[in-house]
Design a protein around this ligand. Structure first.
Ligand SMILES: [Zn+2]
Length: 352
């Protein structure tokens, strides 16, 4: 999910055929045997869409919500009302973020079923959960100092370090790996795994050609530009390059006329339009950022080039991560360079 919208991702002619939003604990059928459930999440973005897919002998759950008592209560109600006396037979998670994976452990234990997930996201999720209760490492403090954070900002970061696991129920110790091109047959229909990257390292989407459906997770959202951020652990990461490349690949490999089932907002038509708009939005931001680097700037200095809204403390980390993603992308294209000063702060300048 994303809490801040870039200065991109404007509304374009997408259509929303369902025409309404599911009430709490209501399900809406969005295709034969495919149900939409909207769960509350305790974030600025207040909901996540999760999906139930009916097989002949049970149901698959796709994405799970955050580990809160509210979400558990909603699941109990939904699962006791709509499963037609069939069990849950598997839990599929699109990617590692807590609103998606949060109740995966709870649900898989409750039904004694497997978790299906990509390898990188499953293992990365374990790593992040293992940080819970740890003190922020020096490398992570240095990372935010390099981005331009004050000592007070670094302390605020250190305080929130390790909070990831608080919203995730204990993860299963094993999983079933999902890879690009894998196929699951559910109720006689093939669901093909399509992988994207940039928002999460190995984000799984599920494409059903027969039903013309795409469960897109956070890889394609209709009204929000997904957060694409650099994190302290991965020193060479260039997630915006991966994101833009994924958008191009999805547009080339998937038909335009799918009903897209996103993790946030509502189901929509207009996949190719949306992907093109996301690509163009980021390219425009990169061009603005390039122009903005007319003199050396820190990551926290470039917000005006990328965001329409004023960046307050509540989104400062996200905005910094996104700014770094754009700066790294410019460096990757040979359009910017970075120098570290004797205080450990990185200054970015344009090339070309
Ligand atoms: Zn996400």
């Amino acid at each position: 999910m994303s809490d801040i919208s870039l200065a991109t991702g404007e509304a374009e002619p997408l259509t929303y055929p369902i025409g309404r939003i599911a009430e709490p604990t209501e399900v809406i059928e969005v295709g034969p045997g495919v149900l939409w459930v909207r769960l509350p999440i305790p974030f600025q973005l207040d909901h996540i869409n999760v999906w139930l897919i009916e097989d002949h002998d049970g149901w698959y759950i796709v994405d799970t919500g955050v580990a809160t008592d509210d979400a558990k209560a909603m699941w109990r109600k939904v699962l006791s009302t709509y499963l037609k006396d069939k069990p849950v037979k598997g839990v599929i998670v699109t990617h590692l973020h807590p609103d998606h994976v949060g109740l995966a452990g709870w649900l898989t234990r409750k039904w004694d079923v497997d978790l299906h997930m990509s390898r990188i996201d499953f293992l990365s999720c374990h790593t992040l959960v293992n940080d819970t209760g740890r003190e922020a490492p020096k490398a992570a403090r240095d990372f935010y100092r390099a981005a331009g954070f004050s000592e007070r900002g670094i302390e605020a970061y250190a305080k929130r370090f390790g909070s990831f696991g608080e919203r995730v129920s204990r993860l299963p110790d094993t999983y079933r790996r999902l890879r690009e091109g894998d196929e699951m047959t559910i109720n006689g229909n093939i669901w093909r795994i399509v992988v994207g990257s940039g928002h999460a390292p190995e984000h799984v989407c599920l494409y059903c050609p027969a039903l013309k459906l795409l469960i897109s997770g956070d890889q394609v959202l209709p009204r929000i530009s997904s957060n694409v951020s650099v994190h302290p652990t991965d020193l060479n990461d260039n997630p915006l390059h991966d994101w833009i490349e994924s958008c191009h690949r999805l547009r080339a490999n998937l038909p335009a006329d799918l009903l897209v089932l996103p993790a946030h907002n509502e189901p929509f038509y207009g996949l190719h339009t949306r992907l093109s708009s996301l690509i163009e939005g980021h390219e425009e931001s990169l061009a603005k950022l390039h122009a903005y680097l007319d003199e050396p700037k820190r990551a926290i200095d470039v917000f005006p080039a990328l965001f329409k809204r004023k960046i307050g403390p509540e989104v400062f980390f996200l905005a910094t991560g996104e700014s770094l993603a754009h700066l790294r992308c410019l460096i990757g294209r040979g359009l910017a360079t970075v120098t570290r000063d004797d205080k450990g702060v990185d200054w970015y300048s344009r090339l070309g």
